[in-house]
Design a protein around this ligand. Structure first.
Ligand code: BEZ
Ligand code: FE
Length: 289
């Protein structure tokens, strides 16, 4: 009979894994259990604390739905989602950033120059740029799936007052790789705090705010898809994003422009009679390996 002790239990676990198992699974499971055991030994984890951890996981599972992903939110606020992003980001391409739980697939087409703000009030933001490869060549036919909150800080999927695709649009760029659209300047908002993740944030003395941002998923044939966000450089939460999504190449200046400088060729060009904000953000994609 083999005696399991607090000092050899990690090696015993590893010994239980079959030589025939997938080598990557062996590496990941072995490392995960090593860190879990070290964590318990280092902190001298008590039964009550272990039970609290299990209750946390059960609390996440209890509220998990198609629109509520508490496990992903846990990974986000612990910085794990962002760390995995950064481990696999190509430094020559635009940085990736968290997808978040509020993207709705199947957004309606948004023509180049189109408008996502519709009847919503708030400062007009004109965003444009070019989707290009790492050598600077435009990528014709690239698509950009764009989404953001309404001015009340809520995504369409969180807000019964908005229709399904409110502040969502899918733009396909032309031969010059250029995209352009108008919207309302995004606002800061909090991640949901009415579940177990709210308890973690409270226990750590952390706030739940994210800096304002526009979300993009950019895709093109032969290129790795990019999930990213754009942030304005004057946002008060830029240095303390609760999900660790800010990267320096994603921070842009939203320039103030007078109404007379609003360009022709946008869907709302004839209606703009107030100063507007302008941001230019090129997206660089890397080729698939
Ligand atoms: C978001 O930006 O939509 C988001 C990202 C991570 C967690 C919650 C929301
Ligand atoms: Fe967001």
């Amino acid at each position: 009979m083999r005696t399991v002790t607090k000092d050899n239990i990690t090696d015993v676990f590893k010994g239980y894994m079959s030589d025939k198992m997938d080598p990557r699974m062996r590496e990941v499971m072995g490392s995960l259990v090593t860190h879990l055991h070290d964590f318990a030994r280092e902190t001298n984890l008590t039964h009550d604390e272990w039970r609290a951890g299990i209750a946390f996981l059960e609390g996440c599972a209890a509220i998990e739905t198609e629109d509520r992903h508490e496990f992903i939110l846990t990974s986000d606020v612990l910085g794990l989602s962002s760390l995995v992003d950064m481990l696999h980001s190509n430094p020559a391409a635009t940085s990736s950033s968290v997808l978040g739980p509020f993207h709705v697939s199947g957004a309606p087409p948004l023509p180049v120059g189109g408008d996502m703000k519709r009847d919503f009030g708030g400062p007009i933001l004109l965003a444009e740029g070019v989707v290009k490869d790492i050598d600077g060549n435009p990528i014709p036919g690239a698509t950009i799936d764009i989404w953001q909150t309404a001015p009340n800080g809520l995504y369409a999927s969180q807000d019964d007052a908005q229709d399904t695709y409110s502040f969502h649009g899918l733009q396909t760029v032309g031969a010059d790789g250029r995209y352009a659209f108008t919207t309302v300047k995004p606002v800061e908002y909090t991640v949901p705090t009415d579940g177990p993740v709210g308890d973690i944030l409270n226990a750590c003395g952390r706030h739940p705010w994210r800096p304002s941002h526009l979300h993009y998923i950019v895709e093109a044939e032969g290129f790795s898809p990019l999930v990213t966000e754009i942030f304005p450089d004057d946002d008060p939460y830029l240095d303390e994003d609760t999900v660790f999504g800010v990267r320096s190449d994603l921070v842009m200046t939203y320039k103030e422009r007078p109404a007379e400088e609003f360009p022709d060729g946008m869907v709302i060009s004839d209606k703009v009679n107030e100063p507007f904000l302008y941001v230019e953000f090129d997206v660089i994609l890397s080729r698939k390996d």
